[in-house]
Design a protein around this ligand. Structure first.
Ligand code: ADP
Length: 641
C-alpha cells in the first residue's frame, strides 16, 4: 500500500521505513486492550444492518402475500404454525416485525456508535499520552527548530487521523461490508437469476471507485504540499512584517503570496475536477444497473422472461429488488473514502511508531543509585563530546570545582560553554572521560536525582501558562506562599510582582501579562532559590538587560550562589570577575585558566576579551582581531550547513 509522500527534512524517516506494518502493530498493541468495545462495535454493526434490511424484504413479501395474494406468507426462521391465517393478521405481524426492526435497529445503532467511539477514543488517548511520554524522553536534538513542528503534527494531526479511521472508517467499513453482503444474499435468495443482473454492476462500481482513489490520491498530496507552502510563506511574512514595511517590499511580497496561492488554487482545482466527476459517474453506472434490472425484471413480471431466464418473478420480489438494488450505490461510493482514510491512517500510524521507536541516547542504568550531594565537589575528567560522530565539540576538558566555589566559563560564541554545562545536567552523555559529583559518576546515578540537585537558570526564561506564583513553584510544587514570597524577595522580584495587577496571582505567559526579559530572569532565579539545589548552573544569566536591572539580578544571584557550587557562563565578563576560578574555552578546548587577576596578567584570550569589553579596541593586538575574524567566518559557514 502506498505510504504518504515523504516530507523532506523528515527526522523520523529512517524509523518509519523500519516500522513493520504499523496498522497491524496498532491493533496488536492498542486494540487488544479495547477488545470489548471492538466486539460490541462489530456485533452491533452487523445486527443493526440486518435489522435495517428487514423492512424492504418484508415489504416485498407483504405486497405479494397480503395485497396480491399470489403467494404464501412465509418467513425465514419462523415456523408456519405461528403465522396468522388471515391477511389482516399477517398485516399486523408484518407491521409488528417492521416496528421491532426499527426500534431494535435504533438500539443497535446506539451500541454500535458506543462501541466504535469508545474503541477509537481510548486508543487515541493511549497513543497520545504514550507518544508524549516518549517525546519528553527524546534527546534535546529533536527539539531543535523544524522538528518541534513535526512533533506537534504527530501529536495532534496524526493521532486525530488515526482516531477518525478507527471510528468512522472502521464503523463504515463493517456497516458497508454487512450491507453489501447482506443485500447480495437477500437478492440471491429471492431470485438468483435477477440478482446476477443487479450484482453485475458491483464489480464495475468497485473498479470505478478504485480508479478514482488512484487518480485523486496524488492530487490530494499535491494540494497538501501547496497548502504547506502557502502557510510557510504567510507565517514567514507575518514574522518579517517589519522588514517588509521598512524595505518597502509590500508589492513584491504580495506577488509572492499570489504565486503560492495560485499554485494552491491550481492543485485544488485539479483535484476538484476529478472529484466532481466521481459521483455523477457512479450514478450513471448505478443507473445502468437499475435500468437493466428494471427492464429485465419488468418484462419478467409481465410474463416475458428474456433469454435463458426461467421460472417466475412476482411483483413483490420485483419491488424488493428495486428497493435494495438502489442501496448499492452509496456503499460503493463510501468504500473509496474508507480506502482513502485507511491510507492516511496507515501513514499516520507509521509516523507515530516512527517516533516511538526513536532510540533515546541517554539510557538510565537500571541499577543507578540516587545522587547524594554533600560538598558539591564536581570533577570533569578528560571529557570529550560531539553532538554527532563527525564533529568533536568538546575535547579533553578537565577541571575541578570545590564545593561551594564558583567556576566561570568564558570564551567566544560557539566555543562550547553551554555544551559543557549540558553534559553536567546529562542532557547528553560524554563520549570519553567522565564527570562526577562528590565522586559519583553521573552515569551511575538516576537522572531525576541529578536534575533535582542541579539547578539551571538560563538566559531566556520560559514561563508556563499560569500565575507568577505557579511559575516560581514550578518543580517545587509543595512550596507554600510564604516560601514563594521569601524566594521572590531574595531574587529581587518581590517589588515588581506586587505591582502586577493581581500580584502573585497574575497570569503570565503568552496569554497573560507580558514580563520583560529581566523580570522573567528574576522569576527564574526565584524558582532556583526555592528549589535550593546543591549545584547551580547559570547560563548567561544577565544578558540582554539594562545596567540597572543587571545590578538587581547580580545582587539576587550573589545571594543564590552563596555557599553553592556554581557554574556560570557570562559574556559580560564584569559579572564573573569575582569567580573563584575562570576557565577559558576556545574551539572546545581549555586554553587558559585561573583567577581574573591571573588571567589579565597573562595577557591571553581572556585579557583581550576583557579589553574589548572595556572599550580598548584600538589597543588589541592584530593577531587577536584576525582570530576573531576567522572564528566569525567559521560561524557563518557552519550556519549555512
Ligand atoms: P557556546 O555556549 O560557547 O556559545 P555551544 O556549546 O552552544 O557554544 O556550541 C558549541 C558548538 O556546538 C557550536 O559549534 C554549535 O554550533 C554546536 N552545537 C550546539 N548545540 C548543538 C546541537 N544541539 N547539535 C549540534 N551542534 C550543536
Amino acid at each position: 500500500m502506498d505510504v504518504a509522500t515523504a516530507d523532506e527534512d523528515d527526522p523520523f524517516e529512517e524509523q518509519r521505513e523500519q516500522a513493520e506494518n504499523p496498522m497491524r502493530r496498532l491493533f496488536a498493541e492498542y486494540g487488544a486492550e479495547n477488545t470489548v468495545a471492538f466486539v460490541v462495535g462489530v456485533v452491533s454493526s452487523v445486527v443493526a444492518r440486518v435489522l435495517d434490511l428487514i423492512p424492504p424484504v418484508l415489504l416485498g413479501l407483504a405486497v405479494d402475500a397480503i395485497f396480491f395474494d399470489n403467494k404464501a406468507y412465509t418467513l425465514l426462521f419462523v415456523p408456519d404454525a405461528w403465522i396468522p391465517a388471515t391477511n389482516t393478521g399477517q398485516l399486523w405481524l408484518t407491521i409488528g416485525i417492521i416496528a421491532f426492526a426499527f426500534f431494535g435497529g435504533a438500539a443497535f445503532h446506539y451500541t454500535r456508535n458506543w462501541g466504535w467511539n469508545s474503541f477509537a477514543q481510548h486508543i487515541q488517548h493511549d497513543i497520545r499520552t504514550d507518544t508524549y511520554d516518549k517525546m519528553q524522553r527524546l534527546n534535546m536534538d529533536f527539539f531543535a527548530d523544524k522538528q518541534t513542528g513535526e512533533m506537534m503534527s504527530i501529536l495532534s494531526n496524526d493521532v486525530n487521523r488515526l482516531e477518525r479511521f478507527l471510528n468512522d472508517g472502521m464503523n463504515s467499513a463493517f456497516r458497508l461490508g454487512v450491507m453489501v453482503v447482506g443485500i447480495a444474499g437477500v437478492l440471491l435468495w429471492i431470485n438468483w437469476q435477477l440478482a446476477l443482473v443487479t450484482l453485475l454492476i458491483v464489480p464495475l462500481l468497485a473498479l470505478f471507485t478504485y480508479k478514482f482513489v488512484q487518480t485523486i490520491q496524488p492530487k490530494y498530496a499535491e494540494v497538501r504540499s501547496s497548502v504547506g507552502q502557502v502557510n510557510s510563506r504567510l507565517e514567514n511574512n507575518l514574522g518579517g512584517i517589519q522588514v517588509i514595511k521598512t524595505s518597502n517590499t509590500e508589492s513584491f511580497e504580495s506577488e509572492r503570496v499570489d504565486d503560492v496561492s495560485q499554485d494552491y488554487f491550481d492543485a485544488n482545482w485539479d483535484a476538484i475536477g476529478t472529484r466532481i466527476k466521481f459521483f455523477p459517474g457512479l450514478r450513471v453506472l448505478a443507473g445502468v444497473g437499475f435500468v437493466l434490472t428494471f427492464l429485465i425484471g419488468g418484462l419478467w413480471v409481465l410474463g416475458q422472461p428474456l433469454g435463458p431466464l426461467s421460472g417466475t418473478l412476482d411483483e413483490g420480489e420485483f419491488v424488493t429488488f428495486i428497493l435494495l438494488g438502489q442501496r448499492f450505490i452509496w456503499p460503493m461510493a463510501q468504500f473509496g473514502q474508507i480506502i482513502n482514510m485507511y491510507q492516511r491512517a496507515y501513514a499516520s500510524a507509521a509516523r507515530i511508531f516512527g517516533l516511538m521507536d526513536e532510540p533515546s541516547r541517554i539510557e538510565e542504568d537500571p541499577n543507578a543509585d540516587e545522587l547524594v550531594v554533600e560538598d558539591g565537589h564536581v570533577v570533569y575528567d578528560d571529557v570529550t563530546f560531539g553532538y554527532d560522530e563527525t564533529e568533536t565539540i568538546i575535547e579533553d576538558v578537565s577541571f575541578e570545582v570545590e564545593g561551594g566555589e564558583t567556576l566561570a566559563l568564558v570564551g567566544p560564541t560557539g566555543a562550547g560553554k553551554s555544551t559543557v554545562l549540558k553534559l553536567l545536567l546529562r542532557m547528553y552523555d560524554v563520549d570519553e572521560g567522565a564527570i562526577s559529583i562528590d565522586d559519583q559518576d553521573l552515569r551511575d546515578v538516576t537522572i531525576p536525582s541529578l536534575r533535582r540537585q542541579v539547578g539551571y537558570v538560563s538566559q531566556d526564561t520560559f514561563l508556563f501558562y499560569g500565575t507568577v506564583a505557579e511559575n516560581i513553584t514550578y518543580g517545587t510544587f509543595d512550596a507554600d506562599r510564604e516560601n514563594v514570597v521569601e524566594a521572590a524577595k531574595a531574587a529581587e522580584a518581590h517589588d515588581f510582582i506586587t505591582n502586577l495587577p493581581d500580584g502573585y496571582d497574575t497570569e503570565v505567559g503568552e496569554r497573560g501579562v507580558k514580563l520583560s526579559g529581566g523580570q522573567r530572569q528574576r522569576i527564574s532565579i526565584a524558582r532556583a532559590i526555592l528549589k535550593d539545589p546543591e549545584i547551580l548552573v547559570l547560563d548567561e544569566a544577565t544578558s540582554d538587560v539594562d545596567t540597572e536591572t543587571e545590578m538587581l539580578i547580580q545582587r539576587s544571584l550573589d545571594r543564590l550562589t552563596e555557599d553553592r557550587t556554581t557554574f556560570a557562563i557570562a559574556h559580560r565578563l564584569s559579572t564573573i570577575k569575582d569567580a573563584d576560578n575562570i576557565v577559558v574555552l576556545e574551539d572546545g578546548r581549555i586554553v587558559e585558566r585561573g583567577s581574573h587577576e591571573e588571567l589579565i596578567d597573562s595577557d591571553g584570550l581572556y585579557a583581550h576579551l576583557w579589553g574589548v569589553q572595556a572599550g580598548e579596541i584600538d589597543e588589541l593586538p592584530d593577531e587577536f582581531v584576525e582570530r576573531a575574524q576567522e572564528r566569525d567566518a567559521r560561524r557563518v559557514e557552519s550556519d549555512d550547513d
